[in-house]
Design a protein around this ligand. Structure first.
Ligand code: NAI
Length: 357
């Protein structure tokens, strides 16, 4: 284990706790970051990713956990924000079950401060394994007693946010509007289908070109080359692959009116939202657009019935529209309005006296 403090802890640490664990028997190494439990247990996904080292993993976990606090608060959930990441050392295939069991024990040791769920690189089946070691896990498979993949719910709130943004910012409906979807995996492929059903014209791209072609054929969309995808004429750019796809170099290249997608942290730096606004590009915050998945998973964890979960997802879509209208009417960036909305809930929770049971 490293003896030096990861640089991210000096730079961006305002979290309740961060736990770096290494299981010597299986080799599983990971980071669990709990940003806030002000509204309830910190819930957020478990990501398996090839990081440059523990320092990178800590930095990613801290940033993602903080975003979960905002997302859960803005989505109206009584949950705090946390995230766990696992370092993919190339040896996860053979001993995956034993490693996931070790992860489950590390989560259990936090006694319910953090509740995990699937994320990029993990699956509902992985959550079933973790559930053998801890109760603090959501998003299990249907066979494992859960409701499985949340991606359609995520796509529903992304779609609702795009529809609202097109209405509020471009004063039109989705019919005939050109949307570029980058990444057509679990969420992106559902999103393309919803957009096409609403009459949008969709161009899509994916590093997995065969997948891009299949989704395009199935939905009557156009598979486009990755190179230059960002710079094409679009009304809406929907990043649905990995984060940080828009850096300072990309902002001047974008030729769209709206950025709204599923990817967490699509901006390399939040300050770029202002640069986009200066170019009259409306940036819909990731945690507003993509909250359907966590609402679905939280509903599964709380054993809400499906109608209740549907109602909550529809509520998120209504809130994203209200937020965009407030941003337009006040001339403020949606990111600032969304942050204030979440901060208001957190501040109210901090003022609520804790009453002993
Ligand atoms: P996924 O792994 O199923 O799909 C991602 C797709 O992007 C894959 O088809 C992959 O080939 C493609 N891709 C990867 N790197 C790329 C690149 N550089 N350029 C173009 N394509 C690339 O992931 P999923 O579940 O669809 O999630 C997509 C994004 O949405 C992720 O950023 C995830 O964190 C975020 N998200 C997902 C939620 C969910 O319910 N699955 C919930 C909230 C956020």
């Amino acid at each position: 284990m490293p003896t030096a403090t990861p640089a991210a802890l000096d730079r961006e640490f305002d979290h309740e706790c961060v736990n770096v664990f290494h299981d010597t028997r299986t080799g599983a190494t990971g980071v669990i970051a709990v940003h806030s439990t002000a509204l309830g247990p910190a819930m957020g996904g478990l990501r398996l990713h090839r990081y440059g080292g523990v320092d990178d993993a800590v930095a990613d976990a801290l940033r993602l956990a903080r975003a979960m606090t905002l997302k859960n608060a803005a989505a109206g959930l009584d949950l705090g924000g946390g995230k766990a990441v696992l370092l993919d050392d190339g040896a996860w295939t053979a001993g995956r079950t034993e490693r996931l069991e070790a992860v489950g024990r590390a989560i259990d040791a936090l006694g319910g401060r953090y509740v995990t769920a699937e994320d990029v690189g993990t699956s509902p089946a992985d959550m079933d394994v973790i559930a053998t070691q801890t109760q603090w896990v959501a998003g299990r498979s249907a066979e494992g007693g859960g409701r499985g993949d949340p991606s359609l719910s995520t796509a529903r709130t992304v779609f609702g946010a795009i529809e609202a943004a097109v209405d509020v910012h471009l004063s039109t409906s989705l019919a005939g509007v050109h949307v570029g979807v980058l990444g057509v995996g679990h969420v992106g492929s559902h999103l393309v289908a919803l957009l096409r059903a609403a009459g949008a014209r969709v161009s899509l791209a994916d590093v997995d070109e065969a997948r891009a072609r299949t989704v395009a054929e199935q939905t009557g969309s156009t598979a486009a080359p990755l190179a230059g995808f960002l710079a094409q004429d679009l009304e809406v750019f929907a990043p649905c692959a990995m984060g940080e796809v828009i850096g300072a170099a990309e902002v001047p290249r974008l030729r769209c009116g709206i950025v709204c997608g599923a990817a967490n942290n699509p901006l390399a730096d939040d300050g770029l939202a202002a640069d986009l606004a200066a170019r009259d590009i409306l940036y819909v915050p990731d945690f507003i657009a993509n909250c359907g998945g966590i609402v679905y998973v939280a509903g599964d964890f709380a054993r809400q019935d499906e109608d209740e979960v549907d109602r909550r997802i529809a509520g998120c879509v209504d809130r994203s529209r209200e937020l965009l209208v407030t941003a337009r009417d006040t001339g403020r960036p949606p990111l600032d309005v969304a942050r204030d909305m979440a901060a208001g809930r957190l501040a109210a929770a901090a003022r609520t006296p804790v009453v002993a049971a």
